[in-house]
Design a protein around this ligand. Structure first.
Ligand code: PRP
Ligand code: URA
Length: 205
């Protein structure tokens, strides 16, 4: 199941994010606002419970979030999406998964994993680029092995190849993204994509 967030503001922000002339400080700001839009859509399905409040005028029946969330950014690039989640959901439990793709094979290897208790929570898995899907699939597997019950994958740009890989490996993980692009090039970069997200975020060569 894939949802493309096509709000006009999301498309505007994404176009600026793609622009090769956008410097890292602007890239970070755009990524932050765009992540907020995608995360809001990705959390539309979270459950609520009724809660009575006394306003200054009368008793009122309202709602509050029923179950706490967990969020796990995939390092490095996923870090750009973490702050928006912390602002929207201050009670969230945070974990980290470090994955890096080999420049030669495009296969990701794991170099870090620190996860909170995930049972009973919806876990937002954050990684802005879904290319071959190898990183997202590995990360989702790590969450599952750690007891995650419901995982939602949040990305910015996705390739059809990555979407298909996730559908095959983790059919129960919904994907929320701002775009599904044409495909991958020979180096397994997304086309048109936006280049190397981590490098553009942090100004590394
Ligand atoms: C990027 C991106 C994803 C991965 C996507 O990370 O953030 O994690 O590539 O590619 P895949 O779908 O083919 O696995 P990268 O390995 O470049 O590490 P970085 O975030 O530290 O730059
Ligand atoms: N990782 C990136 O940062 N960009 C791509 O296009 C593919 C993987």
């Amino acid at each position: 199941m894939i949802t493309v967030v096509d709000h006009p503001l999301a498309q505007h922000l994404l176009t600026n994010l793609r622009d090769a002339a956008t410097p890292p400080h602007e890239f970070r700001q755009l990524a932050r606002t765009l992540s907020t839009l995608v995360v809001l859509e990705a959390t539309r399905g979270i459950s609520l419970e009724e809660r009575e409040v006394a306003t200054p005028v009368a008793q009122s029946l309202g709602h509050r979030l029923a179950a706490p969330l967990a969020v796990v950014p995939v390092l490095r690039a996923g870090l750009s999406m973490l702050e928006p989640v912390l602002e929207l959901f201050p009670d969230v439990a945070v974990g980290y998964i470090g994955l890096e793709r080999s420049h030669e094979t495009a296969v990701a290897h794991s170099y870090y994993c620190k996860l909170p208790r995930l049972q009973g929570r919806t876990t937002l898995l954050l990684d802005p680029m879904l290319a071959t899907g190898g990183s997202a699939s590995q990360a989702a597997q790590a969450l599952r092995s750690h007891g995650a019950e419901r995982v939602v994958f949040v990305s910015i740009v996705s390739a059809p190849e990555g979407v298909e890989r996730m559908r095959r490996d983790h059919p129960d993980v919904p994907i929320f993204t701002a775009a599904v692009d044409q495909g991958l090039n020979d180096q397994k970069y997304i086309v048109p994509g936006l280049g190397d997200y981590g490098d553009r975020l942090y100004g590394t060569p």
